[in-house]
Design a protein around this ligand. Structure first.
Ligand SMILES: [Zn+2]
Length: 470
């Protein structure tokens, strides 16, 4: 058996592992590389296996995030016609996320073309989208639903079971049994693991007792998250100060996951009377779609959240939620001067309707911006976190007079302690452990923590593109 580490080795994006056993070849995830100058060329060459993609028998997908799923349309475009197995909620999310990913790429290419024409140049050198909206839509027909706990047999020698990873709706870690080359061997792919005891989703399901090979994510393998109660205190404080000065509270949030988490945290704080009743506008078409998909899968939510949703239905006056449908209504919200909570995307303030809300509210000292998600270097969100006094929005200077609150405790990823705890579920160390999906420093730090705290040996950091024979 051979494992090819095609992405997310020494970095957090581009998750893709090629497994070759006997005559069977399959992929676990097929993610896009994001950020950094080299991402585009990596995406262009990512599916160059040295053989035809039609030789892949099937694909297993852990979850819908684009860094795990974003190259599926490209795989289909290059000729792959086999099944892509994943959970039903992941399929629902992909139906929104993959066409959107294509749409962003098409817009980017159009913009670059216009830019070149304005400067009297032709279209040579303008990168084509990795795939079009039509190609993204076509790839959706390859998706095949698999329920958690179901035993899938995608090939004569391979059995797969999807387990809840508690990371985003429908996310999974995978238990794969490969037979046909001597004794059957167990492979565990962690995918991305959620933080236990956080609102909305169930905790990650406990790992199986034994594995021969483990691939474990390490996004936050080198740090601990702040506690949830501390985060709640920070949110209550931000609301108190904003209402005292009669302003608005604007929350940039990722459409999938973070938006729903914030809605339910706010509702819970209102229910416990830590916040007064709220009027909340959710202003992002993608966030609205993701929230509808979340509500369509009550079986995936934790019992506390199901109970909270029932309370919200019973007391609509306590938490007035408006999912803003069209641009006209979105513009109308810009006229509101005080008392509004506006949750909008994109999460790092780089695109989407959040930019209009920031343009209106940033110059007003009575307003607050609550930042509750990771902000990458170079983004507008990061400049706000770094206390910039002046930012550029739509090429216009905008003074920052609003208070900026950075709330640290929300994360869709398990921290070091939670990752180690999950690994303690193995009754004995896996034969081989590969630490993936982390910046080089975080992965190395986590590998050391596994050896030091769990006493495991043979914990490795695979190099990008490395192929390992087992
Ligand atoms: Zn993820």
């Amino acid at each position: 058996m051979r494992l090819g580490f095609l992405g997310a080795a020494g970095e957090v994006t581009g998750s893709c592992t090629l497994v070759e056993t006997g005559d069977t070849r399959f992929l676990v995830d097929c993610g896009m590389f994001q950020g950094g100058a080299e991402a585009r060329s990596k995406n262009l060459h990512a599916l160059n296996f040295g053989f035809d993609v039609r030789k892949i028998d099937f694909v297993l997908l852990t979850h819908a995030h684009i860094d795990h799923s974003g190259l599926l349309p490209r795989l289909a475009m290059l000729g792959y016609k086999g099944p892509i197995y994943t959970t039903p909620a992941t399929i629902d999310l992909l139906e929104v996320l993959l066409p959107d990913s294509a749409h962003i790429q098409e817009k980017e290419a159009e913009w670059q073309l216009r830019h070149r024409h304005r400067r009297g140049k032709d279209e040579r050198g303008v990168p084509a989208p990795l795939y079009t909206v039509a190609q993204a839509l076509a790839s959706l027909s390859l998706l095949r639903p698999v329920a958690y706990g179901e035993i899938l047999q995608p090939a004569a020698t391979v059995k797969v079971c999807f387990h809840d990873a508690g990371h985003i709706l429908g996310s999974s870690w995978l238990e794969v049994t490969v037979s046909g080359e001597g004794r059957p061997r167990k492979l565990v792919f962690s995918g991305d693991l959620g933080m236990p005891q956080r609102p909305v989703l169930s905790d990650p399901e406990k790992v199986i007792a034994q594995a021969d090979v483990l691939l474990i994510e390490s996004t936050y393998g080198d740090r601990l998250h702040r506690g949830l109660s501390e985060t709640e205190d920070e949110i209550v404080d931000a609301f108190g100060r904003t209402w005292a000065t009669h302003g608005n509270l604007v929350i940039p949030a990722f459409a999938v996951g973070r938006t729903q988490e914030i809605i339910y945290m706010l509702a819970d704080l209102v229910r416990r009377q830590r916040l007064s009743p709220l009027k909340v506008y959710v202003d992002s078409p993608m966030a609205n779609a993701a929230t509808q998909i979340t509500l369509a899968h009550p079986e995936l939510l934790d019992p506390e959240t199901r109970e909270l949703i029932a309370w919200m239905k019973k007391h609509p006056e306590k938490m007035k939620l408006e999912f803003v449908a069209d641009v006209e209504r979105s513009k109308a919200i810009n006229e509101i001067r005080s008392g509004a909570v506006i949750i909008s995307a994109s999460g790092m303030c780089e695109a989407g309707r959040i930019k209009y809300h920031l343009r209106e509210n940033l110059p007003r000292s009575e307003c607050s911006i609550l930042i509750a998600g990771f902000q990458a270097a170079g983004t507008l969100g990061r400049r706000l976190v770094d206390k910039a006094r002046l930012v550029n929005i739509f090429s216009q200077p905008v003074p920052v007079r609003a208070r900026i609150y950075t709330v640290g405790g929300l994360s869709a990823h398990a921290d070091q302690a939670a990752l180690l705890n999950w690994l303690r579920g193995f009754h004995q160390p896996p034969g081989r452990t590969f630490v993936v999906h982390g910046e080089a420093g975080a992965s190395a730090n986590f590998a050391q923590a596994i050896e030091a705290q769990l006493g495991w040996s043979d914990v490795r950091l695979p190099a990008p593109g490395e192929s390992v024979t087992l």
